[in-house]
Each structure stands twice: as structure tokens, then as C-alpha cells.
Design a protein around this ligand. Structure first.
Ligand SMILES: Cc1ncc(COP(=O)(O)O)c(C=O)c1O
Length: 394
């Protein structure tokens, strides 16, 4: 059967193997705990669901404007600008079917064939495939656990070539939870823009930070050089709305117009009801976001205390998102040789599903999500710790 050349290099997600094994064990009646999920376990806040119900009752069920309803584009612009007091016009915002869709469309609109894209590694697993689908070439810049999984300008500089066009920053990071300080982030942004690179800043976890300083944002640089910066945000993680599929991208209005033209030939407008729900999220009370953040911080503390007590396992303290990414290579040996085998082993022996670091570009590591109830997290990590200790002794 013919498959397009574009899709030949695209691989199914490495997480699928662990997921299908977890499902198989569950179907045999085994109680599997999943710490593999990338979404909040909280329900979408009530006032947001009410807005969606009202949209249906009002028959707000037709196509909308392709880049989003004007009031949501404005609200997203205000949401982007609220922390930095930099105004973002509605024309500089497009609404997409989730943050992933916004990034995909941005890459399609910006990259030319052969353009190189710097991707700090470990990375969110969709970036490389999305870059390749847009004709680009991912260039990974690796930072290990000993560097708190953070890159710096010197590391980036070594990876630059005449073909480099774009740098993708993701802070707080999936999978590592790393948060750059304002100073670290500023240095990288200044370097990239002076180098003539474009920066896509994926800030989807921006509300989920546990430091006493806010997550850095590329917005001040967008204000200075709008033709070189795009920023991604959305409601999936901050408002527990992963299934509603609403994300938003801030970029130069000319680029937004092109992305909108492309979107007009693919998804067309985004779900009208979900847009009304997202509008309620962005313009409504924010205490729900604070409550979820506090719960995640409590679980981060619980998970980090456990993981950092495991001998031979290296885990920089994650400051954001809801993941723990730890270096477990000291347990590799005759029983398990790599992160994928380790995840299968943990599923079989601890009955806990976690994601192999190989999916994120670091085979020495595995990723746990702590977006589960405290007692479930406690039970799962106790079982994993026990199995890792047993492997160390083998
Ligand atoms: C780093 C990062 N960016 C973007 C997204 C996309 O979020 P969504 O498409 O669910 O809005 C995710 C989701 O897992 C993510 O982890």
C-alpha cells in the first residue's frame, strides 16, 4: 500500500507499547496503577461546564470564525499579557483544537524544507515528529540530570548551523518539570533573537509552577520582536480541560493570518461549544487553578521525597508541570537493558505504568506523572521503589 514519503519517518509513540500492555493486564483483572498519564485528574470546574451547557441551550452550535470567536481571541490575548503587562491584540492570537494543533500549524506555516530546529532534550515527544512533518530537521541539544535537564546558550551555540531557523523552548517542561529562572530564560531568549533565530515558547504548563517566582514567559521578547517569537498556551493543563481541545497561539498578525488560512482548509473553525467553555475559563474565577496547583505541589513534594530516597536514582527536583523524570540507569543490567524494558518490568512486577525516557530522548530515565490521588501515588511509588531496589541487587 502506498504511504506518503512524509509519513515514512513517523514512528508510533513509544508509550503505546506500555499502554497496550497495561490494558492487557487490566483485562486479566490485575489492578494496574497508571502514572503514565499527561493530564490533570480533576474534573473541569463547574462554571466552565455550565458555560458549555448554556452554549448548547442557546444553540451556539454553528461554524464560528476560523481563528476563533472574537471574544475568545481577545480573552486569550489578555490572558497572555496579564503577567507582563504587555498588550496582546486579538489579531495576534489564533484558537486551535488544543495546544498540539497550534504547534503543528505553526510549524507548517513557518518552516521550510531542510530548516533545522533546535530542540532541548529531554523534549515533549511530539516536537520531533511535528518538525519532520513540516519538512524540518530536529537537532537535539541534550541536558542530563546533572544539568537539571536545562540547556544554556553555550550548548545551544554548539548546535547552531547556517540552516538553523527555530528554537523550541518548553518551560515548565514535559517531561522533566524543569523551570528556567528568569535570568536563565532571558539569556537564552536574547541569544536566540540576536542570532536571528525564531523562538517558539511552549508555555502550556505556565500555571503549574511551585517556585516562589513565576514561570518565565517569552512575552516581553514578543513585544520587542514579534516577527521572531510565538507563544503557545491553552486550557488543557491549567483548567483540567484536556478533552475540550482548546489551545491558543500568540504570534505576529501576518503569521496568524496565514495559519488561519491553513486552518480554514483543515479543521475550519474550532468546536463552538468548547470555545465558549474556554471563554468562561479565561474570564472566570481563578481560584480553581490555584486549588489544583496546590494539590499538584503537595503531590510533587510527596513523590519527590519518595523518589529521592531511592539509592542510585538521580532526580533533580521538578519545579513545575506534574511529572517526575529520574535517571534510573543504575538499575540496568542483565534483567533490564533500557528504559522501555524497565517500564515493561515495572508493569509486570509493580503493576505500575510509567513512561520510558527513550520516548523523550533520554533512555537513562523514566517519567512518572503525579496527576493521581495522593494515596494512589504513595502506593504506586512504594511498589516501584521496591522493584528498583530489587533490580539494584541483581
Ligand atoms: C509540552 C506540551 N505542549 C503542548 C501540549 C499540548 O496540549 P493539548 O494539545 O492537550 O492542549 C502538551 C500535552 O501533553 C504538552 O505536554
Amino acid at each position: 500500500m502506498q504511504i506518503s514519503d512524509r509519513l515514512k519517518s513517523i514512528q508510533p509513540s513509544l508509550t503505546l507499547a506500555v499502554n497496550s500492555k497495561a490494558l492487557e493486564l487490566r483485562s486479566k483483572g490485575i489492578d494496574i496503577i497508571s502514572l503514565a498519564v499527561g493530564e490533570p485528574d480533576f474534573p473541569t470546574p463547574k462554571h466552565i461546564c455550565e458555560a458549555a451547557k448554556k452554549a448548547i441551550d442557546d444553540n451556539f452550535c454553528r461554524y464560528t470564525q476560523v481563528p476563533g470567536i472574537p471574544e475568545l481571541r481577545k480573552a486569550a490575548g489578555d490572558y497572555f499579557s496579564r503577567q507582563h503587562k504587555v498588550p496582546v491584540a486579538a489579531e495576534a492570537v489564533i484558537i486551535g483544537a488544543g495546544g498540539k494543533h497550534c504547534i503543528y500549524n505553526f510549524l507548517q506555516a513557518y518552516l521550510n524544507h531542510g530548516d533545522e530546529v533546535l530542540i532541548p532534550s529531554p523534549y515533549w515527544l511530539s516536537y520531533p515528529d511535528m518538525v519532520q512533518l513540516a519538512g524540518g530537521v530536529p537537532i537535539f541539544v541534550k541536558a542530563g540530570a546533572d544539568q537539571n535537564f536545562k540547556v544554556n546558550c553555550e550548548m545551544l551555540e554548539r548546535a547552531v548551523s547556517a540552516k538553523t531557523k527555530l528554537l523550541i523552548m518548553n518551560c515548565p517542561s514535559n517531561p522533566t518539570g524543569a523551570v528556567y529562572t528568569q535570568a536563565e530564560f532571558a539569556k537564552i531568549m536574547d541569544w536566540a533573537l540576536e542570532r536571528g533565530l525564531f523562538v517558539l515558547s511552549d508555555e502550556i504548563y505556565e500555571q503549574l509552577v511551585y517556585t516562589d517566582f513565576p514561570a518565565p514567559s517569552a512575552l516581553p521578547w514578543f513585544a520587542k520582536k514579534p516577527e521572531q517569537v510565538a507563544i503557545l498556551n491553552g486550557v488543557s493543563k491549567s483548567f483540567a480541560m484536556t478533552g475540550w481541545r482548546i489551545g491558543f497561539l500568540c504570534a505576529h498578525p501576518d503569521l496568524i493570518k496565514k495559519i488561519s488560512a491553513m486552518q480554514g482548509h483543515s479543521t475550519s473553525s474550532i468546536c463552538s461549544i468548547a470555545q465558549k467553555a474556554a471563554l468562561a475559563a479565561l474570564t472566570g474565577p481563578m481560584d480553581c487553578v490555584l486549588e489544583m496547583r496546590q494539590a499538584f505541589q503537595r503531590r510533587r513534594d510527596l513523590a519527590y521525597a519518595k523518589v529521592s530516597s531511592w539509592p542510585g536514582i538521580v532526580c533533580p527536583k521538578p519545579d513545575g508541570a506534574f511529572y517526575i523524570f529520574c535517571d534510573v540507569h543504575t538499575v540496568y543490567g542483565d534483567s533490564v537493558h533500557n528504559s522501555t524494558e524497565l517500564c515493561t518490568y515495572l508493569l509486570d512486577h509493580a503493576h505500575v505504568a510509567v513512561v520510558p525516557g527513550a520516548a523523550f530522548g533520554d533512555d537513562a530515565c523514566i517519567r512518572f506523572s503525579y496527576a493521581v490521588a495522593d494515596e494512589v501515588l504513595e502506593r504506586a511509588l512504594t511498589a516501584v521503589g521496591h522493584e528498583l531496589a530489587a533490580l539494584q541487587k541483581k
